[in-house]
Design a protein around this ligand. Structure first.
Ligand code: DX5
Ligand code: ZN
Length: 223
């Protein structure tokens, strides 16, 4: 499979995760936004909730940590057995060491950068990661509009990954919808997070298929 579509449960009903998970059961992975009201001005849920989500989920969990003290916490989330743990370079003391500790316990390590962080700040350490997350909105809230200027970094990252033969996934998160996903895939992104675009749909499974098909189309133009 060339592209992946990961719904963000930030837009789900927090009192009914079991049914919400069932409604998106054809997704590639479930994107789980952990926020601590320090790194971002919003609070969602933390370790004990993600532990339960991992126990009930039939799909892999793609955990996105928007928290401080991530060097300490990221390996603990990884040890829950989740598929991937992505943390913010801006929040880490030692991104490479934290990635190593995530991988040691068998999770994929992801590195996220906010809109204001340059790609060149992380280009040199990507060999320690399995995925790069280019945030396409300021992290903190669902339902925001995509910041167009962040897409330059998607192109930059794709060019760098191809020229260095680094086969890591290139993820985008924030404001992704049926209007823009094909165009962003054509820039070289291959893993797409979509919160409101999935959860607002009447038929979420159909919407996941639609978004994935559009992304495949954009991606095929690219290669
Ligand atoms: C934003 C989160 C995103 C968010 C995406 O801080 O990291 O995962 O849920 O939601 P939409 O797709 O609605 O922008
Ligand atoms: Zn996210």
């Amino acid at each position: 499979m060339s592209v992946r579509l990961n719904p963000s449960i930030l837009s789900a009903d927090f009192a009914n995760f079991a049914d919400e998970f069932e409604s998106i059961s054809n997704c590639d992975a479930i994107h789980v936004d952990v926020m601590d009201n320090h790194f971002v001005p919003n609070l969602t849920f933390g370790y004990p909730v993600v532990k339960r989500l991992q126990e009930i989920s039939t799909r892999p969990l793609d955990v996105h940590l928007m928290i401080e003290n991530v060097d300490e916490w990221a390996p603990k989330y990884a040890a829950l057995g989740v598929f991937s743990v992505t943390f913010h370079h801006e929040a880490a003391q030692d991104s490479v060491e934290t990635a190593k500790r995530i991988r040691e316990v068998g999770s994929r390590a992801g590195l996220a950068i906010k809109p204001g962080t340059r790609f060149e700040d992380v280009a040199g350490i990507l060999e320690h990661f399995d995925q790069l997350l280019v945030m396409t909105v300021e992290p903190g809230f669902g339902g925001q509009s995509l910041i167009e200027s962040t897409l330059q970094k998607v192109s930059e990252a794709r060019a760098h990954l191809d020229s260095t033969d680094l086969r890591i996934w290139l993820q985008v998160d924030g404001g992704i919808d049926e209007e823009n996903i094909e165009r962003i895939a054509a820039l070289g992104a291959d893993t797409f997070v979509a919160g409101s675009a999935v959860f607002k749909a009447q038929d979420r499974r159909a919407q996941i298929n639609t978004l994935r098909a559009l992304a495949e189309k954009g991606h095929s133009h690219f290669h």
